[in-house]
Design a protein around this ligand. Structure first.
Ligand code: GDP
Length: 529
């Protein structure tokens, strides 16, 4: 019995691929996601993911704020099967709803797909998300999108990846022409060409096996000029480019590079197939007792996100749990390590776009949503049998700050309760000033977090608050025995986080640099120690 459960778990783990797409708004993440889901047949209509964006306003029964802004506050999880794999795509909010949740979601992914617009190259939000993935050391795959438009040359893009992100790229395929001239991509691994048929509408795609890039079929279909260009480029890559190195890819040191056009469904299938082959299945997760293997028979997982009020009528919250080991079964009892209690997981849900489905069983790499009557916090570990504690989730450096005051002083108690709870949930970070008055300062990664905080204080705690934006842009946790607050006055401020760690806030990069230079014995950390 026991052996067969282990075998079953191993089989399920091996076929799973859980990843997030990281990109800057408008690079084509929604479009790519939609195409990937179509390959897997997870959704029937091509427009479903798109429609989610367009018609949210009308159909959303989620938070009021979401309706007001017509955006999604959640990152949902989409699942589909393809070629024997079970694929989980974690949707990372990227537009105005960029927040700490976006970063935390990345902790639940085993790999990332970095999507880049061929014309715009590496953009701001991509850099931030990349850095979080880099710190975790997860493999990062790159898809250069919108090849049907004029863009930068592939070599320039590779150079940009290295210069801006510090990662070398190994092209898995290579474009044949670009923009109006785009007629295909050459797959370097499989020695085949994927060609557009018809010049303008790019409507049909054919895949042809070839001997190598000198094959005359390519010349026939692409013409002399483009073929010569292709041969030149690939010869250069063969001589001067990086060799494909599986270990380096797995360690996140080398990114496999793909070219395509999501909206034309071009290069997407090749990408998906290569990705599924190269991307890791769920890997061991760190606990206070060392790494825990996903094939361990005992169920375990941790909460990486809490979503409040998905259904305003019920005021329920949903805790998103990443399964790390064992098999989940509906109705099972697990240990809630932090509170030291057994709880029954009776109503778990999985998320396919916005539809909620009840899950009967799930395995490592899967994400389940648990109804939360207020018992979960970000980072909580759940486990079967013995107590397991997963490594704490990192606290990400906020970039926007505001002083908070209560409009009605009599509401102070509710205010405190609200602040405490919302901090625990990870909605906001709270800091206290170290000089004179005890001021409460909120720190967030995205503007939306302020709005959610304001809304929830009013809706759930009955407290009207006022936020006064501050000029600070950077926060650094300071590790130092003898700290001198007088050193943090000019364009900066010294505050404490909820665990009484010192944090310096800076208005600009210059102020931060100066402080770091003047305090050579202190460490300035981007994440809480
Ligand atoms: P997101 O903000 O990253 O989710 O981007 P979307 O998927 O919404 O795409 C942004 C815009 O780029 C939309 O108008 C898409 O139709 C368009 N787009 C996506 N992929 C391609 C592509 O391969 N070529 C071109 N020309 N446009 C694309």
């Amino acid at each position: 019995m026991s052996k067969s459960l282990k075998d079953e778990i191993k089989q399920e783990v091996d076929k799973r691929r859980t990843f997030a797409i990281i990109s800057h708004p408008d690079a084509g993440k929604t479009t790519l996601t939609e195409k990937l889901l179509l390959f897997g047949g997870a959704i029937r209509l091509a427009g479903t993911v798109k429609a989610r964006k367009a018609s949210r306003h009308a159909t959303s029964d989620w938070m009021e704020i979401e309706k007001q802004r017509g955006i999604s506050v959640t990152s949902s999880v989409m699942q589909f099967d393809y070629n024997g794999h079970r694929v989980n795509i974690l949707d990372t909010p990227g537009h105005q709803d960029f927040s700490e949740d976006t970063y935390r979601t990345l902790t639940a992914a085993d790999s990332a797909v970095m999507l880049i617009d061929v014309a715009k190259g590496v953009e701001a939000q991509t850099i931030k998300l990349f850095q979080v993935c880099r710190k975790r050391g997860i493999p990062i795959f790159t898809f250069i999108n919108k090849l049907d438009r004029e863009g930068q040359s592939p070599f320039d893009l590779m150079e940009e990846l290295e210069r801006v992100l510090g990662i070398r790229a190994v092209p898995m395929n290579w474009p044949i022409g670009m923009g109006r001239e785009l007629c295909g991509v050459y797959d370097r691994m499989k020695n085949q060409v994927e060609l557009f048929k018809g010049n303008d509408d790019h409507s049909s795609i054919s895949v042809r096996k070839v001997d190598d890039y000198n094959d005359s079929i390519i010349r026939e279909m692409a013409g002399d000029y483009l073929h010569n260009q292709l041969v030149q480029d690939l010869e250069l890559l063969d001589v001067a480019g990086d060799q494909f190195d599986f270990e380096k890819v797995r360690a996140g040191e080398l990114t496999p590079l793909f070219f395509g056009s999501a909206v034309n469904n071009f290069g997407v299938q090749t990408f998906l197939e290569n990705f599924l082959q190269l991307a890791p299945s769920p890997t061991p997760r760190n606990t206070t007792d060392g790494p825990l293997d996903p094939t361990n028979e005992k169920f375990s997982g941790y909460v990486f996100k809490i979503q409040a009020n998905m259904n305003p009528a019920h005021r329920d919250r949903i805790a998103f749990l990443r399964i790390c080991s064992g098999r989940f079964e509906r109705g099972m009892s697990v240990r809630h390590t932090r509170v030291g209690k057994e709880i029954k997981l009776a109503q778990p849900q999985q998320f396919l776009a916005q539809d909620r489905d009840i899950v009967e069983s799930a395995y490592p790499g899967d994400i389940i949503g648990l109804f939360d009557p207020g018992i979960f916090r970000i980072g909580d570990s759940l486990s079967q049998g013995s107590e397991i504690i997963f490594d704490e989730l990192p606290t990400f450096s906020p970039e926007l700050f505001a002083k908070v005051t209560v409009k009605n002083a009599l509401k102070h108690k509710q205010y405190q309760k609200g602040i405490d709870q919302l901090t625990e949930e990870g909605t906001i970070q709270v800091f206290h000033s170290t000089s004179g008055f005890d001021e409460t300062i909120l720190g967030v990664v995205g503007q939306l977090q302020f709005e959610v905080f304001e809304y929830r204080m009013r809706a759930e705690y009955g407290v009207e608050i006022q936020l006064h934006r501050m000029q600070f842009q950077f926060a650094r946790w300071i590790v130092d025995d003898k700290i001198d607050p007088s050193k943090f006055r000019i364009n900066s401020s010294l505050v404490k986080d909820k665990k009484d760690n010192y944090v310096a806030l800076f208005e600009n990069e210059y102020a931060m640099r100066t402080a770091i230079d003047k305090n050579p014995t202190s460490k300035f950390l981007e994440m809480a120690p």
